[in-house]
Design a protein around this ligand. Sequence first.
Ligand SMILES: [Zn+2]
Length: 227
Amino acid sequence: MNKRIVIWSGGYDSTLCLWNELQKNKQVEAWSFVWTSIDPSKNLAEHNVREKFKKKVKKLGYIINHKIINLRHEDIIPEGYSVMQASMFVPLTVFLAPLDSTIVFGFHWKDDYWAFSERFNEVIKSQCSVMNKNVELEFPLRNYKKWEIIRDIKVLKLEKYVWTCEFPLHNMKPCGNCEPCINKKLALYENKIRNGNNKPMMKTVDIEVKEVSYCSVTKIEDEGTYV
Ligand SMILES: [Zn+2]
């Protein structure tokens, strides 16, 4: 049976994806990649919002089967080498994915991923072929701009359950100066201009764009990579 997995950091995009997925299937599997070598307060902040979100949805009768995959930057990315994170964790996700599965990513409009999506398709297709897997990738926010995602999170009253800052202050407040904080401010500003008074224009419309990969499936042992 095809297994669906949502990649969930605790940020705006992935939390919206997870919420939408929960509306369709009351029980959802979510995976979080945690970089153990980044600012620990960011990891803690993301951990906190994910735990809060899990509690919230549990009260609503939803179940999240949550797996955390810990990664050490220095073990994976060569020193002094700057790499787009997706180039590492998209193939890694496919590597870890069950034999027959669909992975939901929160990449939105203008995310770096789209500059390379055709090449990602080739990589993932080859990877699936070599591993005898059937893994599909889904990008429900592909046509969403950041301000629209922030709008939906506001409309759904989920702001308390998302985290976006890279360098939280000591009191666990967002720094206001890092790239995600600035992007958030710009998106909030755009939201205000477009909607006036922050009034939502519409609720989320689920746009499913399927991409990638197929091949026959044989049994491979799960090596229990998860923590
Ligand atoms: Zn920040």
